[in-house]
Design a protein around this ligand. Structure first.
Ligand SMILES: Cc1cc2nc3c(=O)[nH]c(=O)nc-3n(C[C@H](O)[C@H](O)[C@H](O)COP(=O)(O)O)c2cc1C
Length: 438
């Protein structure tokens, strides 16, 4: 008998306040109506996805010392949306991103336990440790937590939540470096024991935390060799915590553009990329890289003729892309200059080419092939797909790519019974595992 194919895990990311979302398309809908969230979640559910996923943004973003001009809308509260979705879906996992930096330990533990009960064991938590001054100002303690303390607090907060979920109603107390609390816990153990834990954070500390504690990692998509290197690094850390490689799923975020043919898809992707990178967006992208004010430059003109500034990030302190360029700003700018010179590109053209690349572009067959190839090559375990249109951006994927993945046996055609944790093949969490990771 042949061994069964490795299964592709799929999650649907509701897009939102960022340039991935094509706001101007006539088919673009509301980012606030329950109908939009329900449409995407139900589409993902009928397409046998494992998870519906919401990011978190606790304020509009900061850029150049003030609120990001391009942010036209914030993100509504994830737990409230997921509670509503638990009533209009039956099987799909419901994942909320919640930062441990600002949320209170009891609040997070109660919300997740409640969602797990309401949804019969479908709750998931994407644990992030973000810290930015603008979000911090919305919270009582402000941006009090130094970068180095964030994973300490994450660890203590999760350890407390684990204890509360396991113990059921009764008194508790905990003393830590970041979390010291004594109180009464009032909820029964959630159906999953522990909701599924995702982690998103690429630093060494983030990877170690994931190896010790997470069920899945939300990371960036790349080539097959890049994915394999990430998997080898992160899964290679699991043995230290008594865990097996299959106990942690690696799920890169990925975008896609489909067409009837590969050529058609390439044309559409070029069109979508230009919509995603307006002139003002191109300037913001350039400022994240140059780390200095470039507002005087014309996006349709040549690349700025000034040098980038290494060192402290002043222009977009909380931004992940701005951080990602650290230490290699000069080198990256030189690469962009070479690209612009070779193809005669404007600043905006260069940003369209380099900052809005889609992960998968092609006919349904090509996209299904590429997704499956990444998973079968162990470059990841599946993808968190980010459509560029809300709420209908997943429809075509569900109708045209999913059946091809099913035909080749890489995606189930029927739901397994059980909780989200059981369906993902993840072990039930035990208190000993938490102790090993502490
Ligand atoms: C793929 C990915 C998705 C993320 N999504 C969010 C998010 O929705 N909200 C948020 O506040 N931070 C998000 N983050 C950022 C993390 O909060 C932050 O970068 C991380 O926790 C910092 O840890 P690190 O130093 O280990 O990277 C995301 C990070 C990655 C890599």
């Amino acid at each position: 008998m042949s061994t069964p194919r490795k299964q592709v895990r799929l999650a649907a990311h509701f897009p939102g306040v960022n340039n991935t979302t094509v706001w101007g398309d006539p088919a673009a809908g509301s980012h606030m109506d329950l109908a939009s969230f329900a449409h995407l979640a139900r589409t993902a559910e009928r397409a046998m996805f494992d998870l519906f996923f919401l990011a978190e943004g606790l304020s509009l973003r900061e850029h150049a010392g003030h609120l990001h001009d391009l942010d036209v809308v914030g993100r509504p509260d994830a737990m409230t949306i997921l509670a509503a979705l638990s009533a209009v879906t039956e099987h799909i996992g419901l994942a909320a991103t919640l930062t441990t930096t600002y949320h209170e330990p009891l609040e997070v533990a109660r919300q997740l336990a409640t969602l797990d009960h309401l949804s019969d064991g479908r709750a998931a938590w994407n644990l992030v440790t973000s810290t930015d001054a603008v979000s911090g100002a919305n919270f009582r303690r402000g941006a009090y937590l130094p970068y180095d303390g964030r994973y300490d607090r994450a660890q203590e907060l999760l350890a407390l939540a684990d204890r509360l979920w396991a113990q059921g109603p009764g008194p508790f107390d905990t003393t830590g470096r970041q979390v010291t609390l004594r109180g009464e816990w009032d909820l029964d153990t959630p159906p999953q024991g522990r909701p599924v834990i995702l982690q998103a954070g690429d630093s060494d500390a983030g990877r170690e935390f994931a190896a010790a504690q997470a069920d899945a990692v939300f990371t960036r998509a790349g080539t097959i060799p890049e994915g394999q290197a990430f998997v080898t690094d992160v899964k290679g850390r699991l043995a230290r915590y008594g865990r097996r490689p299959e106990d942690l799923l690696i799920l890169p975020g990925a975008t896609y553009v489909l067409g009837d043919t590969d050529e058609d898809a390439r044309e559409q992707a070029a069109h979508v990329r230009r919509q995603q990178v307006s002139g003002p967006t191109a300037i913001v992208f350039a400022e994240q890289l140059w780390n200095r004010d470039l507002s005087a430059y014309d996006p349709d003109g040549p690349l700025p003729d000034v040098d980038p500034v290494e060192g402290e990030i002043t222009i977009a302190p909380g931004s992940i892309p701005a951080r990602a360029f650290s230490g290699k700003r000069h080198e990256t700018v030189e690469q962009l200059r070479a690209l612009a010179a070779k193809d005669g590109l404007s600043l905006r053209d260069v940003m369209v080419e380099t900052r809005a690349r889609h992960s998968f572009v092609g006919s349904p067959q090509t996209v299904a092939d590429e997704i499956d190839a990444q998973v079968q090559a162990d470059a990841c375990d599946g993808f968190i797909l980010v459509p560029h249109l809300t709420p209908g951006g997943l429809d075509e994927f569900a109708d045209r790519v999913v059946p091809l993945l099913q035909e080749r046996g890489s995606l189930r055609t029927e739901r397994e019974p059980g909780t989200l944790r059981e369906r993902l093949g993840l072990p039930r969490w035990t208190p000993e595992q938490g102790a090993a990771g502490a």
